[in-house]
Ligand binder design. Structure first.
Ligand SMILES: *Cc1c(COP(=O)(O)O)cnc(C)c1O
Length: 845
């Protein structure tokens, strides 16, 4: 039985629980489906239009609306009827088979646990910083749409990430408002008897209690942990205060809470996932706890347990630079893992340290969480095609003597949850063209249907979206400058900035140097001429936070604000403060062009540009991350030459020039080039192509289906195979591993001969296997890619044994020369993933 089933009346003690319909209303308010399915909006709007407008948080409305008003509404049969219909519709939708049930109903996969330090689901639940949380949130929502059985695990931060204000001098101010759990759409996770589920973890000599919470995200559930329990020491109560707050000691504690606490939480609920998906290496300690629990349950060693459970772990890396990986000193690891290694895993700490190091015995090497994640996973992937390649380079040193392209890191390109980012009018147009359930299954027919949309419809979409953004910008800017104490004159200007017919550029991202948020300011005079052209003006809305302790990032923000003030550009450039999910929604809906200027290859994927696709926005971006695989001249504009140039200032200058050129000679003329009906035909053509082809491809729907079919399903099958019979296959894997390690150094490729045959060669290799069973290894002919010819791996078959030596043979058809081929020996047993699980390799000299 699932222990989380409890009587809901415990939850809503503050509501008039005897009023009919209250429980249903609470159920609607607590399901974050309202953040993308707007069917219930009118309910919240009716209860309190002002509060709805301000917070977009139904749970807050339910708690704040006057009792009179709530009871009066609930006494209205129409209102009650509406609530009941919504709840019934929701429940029948959740019960009906979705994409996963229709396509993979017979699979062995019953549960994926998705671990992430941050989740960006709604502005009503501020437990995120940016891109990583976006990926987690959007994939969770898509998993719900598709019926993929995901439960997610994260942390409930008391303060989350800082909120930004900009003072009148352009200085960033950081604020940390308290995340009052009572006002967040979360509920305490209670046991059947009503008791709050609390967990105990061992942390550096102390027991730390964790409180548990639940968030409903459509069909999917997100569980959150926090340490702000009254019985904890003050230093422990603050562990879950800020996302990525504090130094290494705070970080390791947070990661222990997430990885080890997270796994314990699943156990306490009786949830047994076949697959654990780590969104970045932060959660990698779960590898240890998952193996720990397998050990205890099956009476096997830690080594065997790890060989079994890693098959069910998937690690997604998001970092494009080695400095981006979390690592901890030996001292910190000793403090938190000495007892754990000895008492829980029954091994020496050095065995654990080895998992996070390049060289297991190097005591000066720090413990790298990405290395642990790789050594504890059955698959590893990057988040775009280019990032997969970059990651193979970053992790190459874990696989010495292996060719770079065989470093075992694949890629699944991120996507965004389109229903969360589409404008109301975009939703309407897409619904008419493709149906209400368009993001809930395969996406085969969308392209064709969007291609049929008329020029008028598409231009109307753009105009309305831009108009909304202009209105929103005015309102928000007015508030922003008023709060900053700006003179009335500026407040009045704010009310009237921008023009609803002007070409609108959007730029919003973290203000960190690699994103080059000031590239557009490279040649200010030229940029001002572009903005203020009388006939063909341009307007730009910018947003972004600099890390609170990063003075250079804050200086970049100040530079923009001073630029606007100094040149009196209020009508053309607006910097909106406090970039968050709500602001993103407005920006990605309203911008005609989304600008992105990272230094290649530092943008692992990037997602903000994907959010404009559904709304008909077009991308102008560096050929980095997702854009490197999305771009063709028909769908947008590209910066860069597909090469890396580091931080070379000359290259920055050249790219700034090219940015202005594209704007001046392509974007502006195309936007303002109108036909007799006032429609920019060439613009619409590009917009249509981008909408039709890129929106499906860069939707989280595609991403989640790809993860499911290429990673989750095989991982589940592999894990279950290894786990059967108390980890019998895992035990064999561990034994083979020892056997090969002991004997590998003595094996020799003694003699290789090739003879020309018709259209190719026949090769023989005589190999001394030092007693290793020939079925446990693979002998291959390897040829590297060259002159347009692909890499080749050809299996050599065993021919005969020749005393101590074994003869292997292959006959190949090829145009290459015989010297292109090299013989190599690699491990091959129990279907392990090579070189991920065993990186031994022997090459012919
Ligand atoms: C989408 C989004 C991001 C990620 O955007 P990138 O293009 O990856 O920089 C960050 N923050 C917020 C608030 C977002 O909505």
């Amino acid at each position: 039985m699932n222990k989380e089933e409890y009587n809901t009346s415990y939850l809503y003690s503050f509501l008039p629980s005897n009023a009919k319909g209250v429980n249903e209303l609470a159920e609607l308010a607590l399901d974050l489906q309202w953040s993308w399915n707007h069917a219930a909006d009118e309910i919240w709007n009716r209860l309190d239009p002002q509060l709805w407008e301000l917070t977009h948080n139904p749970w807050v409305i339910l708690q704040t609306v006057s009792r009179d008003r709530l009871e009066k509404n609930l006494a209205d049969p129409d209102f009650l009827q509406k609530i009941n219909t919504l709840v019934e519709e929701k429940e029948s939708e959740y019960k009906a088979p979705a994409w996963f049930q229709k396509n993979h109903d017979n699979s062995l996969l019953t549960c994926i646990a998705y671990f992430s330090m941050e989740f960006m689901l709604s502005e009503a639940l501020p437990i995120y910083v940016g891109g990583l949380g976006n990926v987690a949130g959007d994939q969770l929502k898509s998993a719900s749409d598709l019926g993929v059985p995901v439960v997610a695990v994260g942390l409930l931060y008391q303060q989350g990430y800082f909120r930004q204000a900009i003072d009148k001098y352009g200085n960033q101010q950081a604020m940390f408002p308290f995340n009052d759990p009572g006002q967040l759409p979360v509920t305490p996770l209670r046991l059947p008897n009503g008791e709050w589920l609390r967990l105990k973890i061992w942390l550096g000599g102390y027991n730390v209690w964790l409180r548990t919470w639940k968030v409903q995200v459509g069909r999917a559930t997100l569980y959150l942990l926090d340490s702000n329990d009254a019985v904890n020491l003050p230093m422990h109560r603050g562990i879950t205060s800020e996302v990525y707050g504090g130094g290494p000691d705070m970080r390791i504690k947070q990661e222990i809470v997430l990885g080890i606490g997270g796994w314990k939480l699943l156990e306490a609920l009786g949830i047994k996932p076949e697959v654990c998906h780590m969104n970045e290496g932060h959660a990698a300690f779960l590898i240890l706890e998952r193996a720990n629990s397998f050990m205890k349950e099956n009476g096997v060693s830690f080594e065997v347990a790890l060989a079994v459970t890693r098959a069910g772990n998937l690690f997604t890396t998001h970092t494009a630079v080695a400095a981006g990986f979390d690592h901890f000193s030996k001292e910190l690891m000793e403090e938190y893992f000495s007892d754990f290694a000895k008492d829980e895993l029954g091994v020496d700490l050095k065995n654990i340290l080895a998992l996070g190091r390049l060289n297991r015995d190097n005591n000066s090497e720090r413990f790298n969480m990405a290395y642990l994640a790789i050594r504890g996973s059955g698959s590893v992937n990057g988040v775009s095609r280019l990032h997969g390649k970059v990651s193979r380079h970053l992790f190459q040193n874990l696989f010495p003597r292996w060719p770079k392209e065989e470093v075992p890191v694949g890629h699944v390109t991120n996507g965004v949850h389109m229903p969360s980012w589409d404008a109301e009018i975009a939703d309407k147009i897409w619904t008419e063209a493709c149906g209400k359930d368009r993001w809930k299954g395969g996406l085969e027919n969308l392209e064709e249907k969007i291609n049929k949309l008329s020029d008028e419809t598409l231009w109307q979409l753009r105009n309305q979206c831009r108009n909304n953004l202009v209105a929103y910008t005015r309102k928000r800017l007015e508030e922003q400058v008023s709060v900053a104490g700006q003179p009335q004159e500026i407040v009045d200007i704010a009310k009237h900035v921008f023009n609803a017919d002007t070409l609108t550029l959007g730029f919003a991202r973290r203000f960190v140097p690699y994103k080059r948020p000031n590239l557009l300011l490279h040649d200010k005079e030229r940029f001002i001429r572009l903005l203020t052209n009388r006939e063909h003006p341009v307007q730009l809305v910018i947003a972004g936070k600099a890390p609170p302790s990063d003075e250079s990032g804050k200086a970049l923000i100040r530079e923009w604000v001073e630029f606007i003030q100094q040149y009196n550009l209020y009508n053309h450039v607006v910097f909106l403060s406090d970039y968050d999910m709500l602001l993103t929604e407005h920006l990605v809906q309203g911008a005609d062009v989304w600008v992105n200027t990272p230094r290649r290859p530092w943008e692992a994927c990037g997602t903000s540009g994907m959010k404009v696709l559904v709304n008909g926005g077009i991308n102008l971006s560096e050929l980095d991350g997702w854009w490197a695989e999305a771009y063709t001249p028909e769908v947008g504009w590209a910066l860069g030459d597909e090469e890396e140039h580091g931080e070379d200032p000359e290259w920055d200058a050249a790219e700034a020039e090219s940015l202005y050129n594209i704007l001046e000679t392509q974007i502006v003329p195309e936007f303002y080039g109108r036909n007799n009906s006032g429609i920019p035909e060439r613009w619409i053509q590009r917009m249509r192509k981008s909408m039709a082809t890129l929106t499906p491809q860069f939707s989280a729907n595609r991403t989640v289906r790809e993860y499911t079919e290429n990673y989750y399903l095989p991982a589940a099958a592999n894990y279950l195979k290894r786990a059967a019979g108390k980890g019998a296959v895992g035990k064999e894997i561990a034994d083979e591993q020892h056997e090969l390690e002991n004997k590998w150094n003595e094996i020799k490729i003694a003699d290789v001969k090739s003879t020309s045959v018709e259209n190719g060669y026949s090769f023989t290799a005589s190999i001394f296997l030092n007693g290793i069973d020939k079925d446990k290894i693979l002998v291959e002919l390897y040829a590297a890619a060259k002159d347009g010819m692909n890499t080749e791996h050809i299996k050599m078959n065993e021919q005969q044994s020749n005393g101590n030596e074994q003869l292997f043979f292959a006959k190949i058809t090829t145009k290459r020369t015989a010297t292109d081929y090299t013989v190599r020996v690699i491990p091959n047993y129990e279907s392990i993933s090579v070189p991920l699980e065993n990186n031994l390799i022997l090459w012919q000299h």
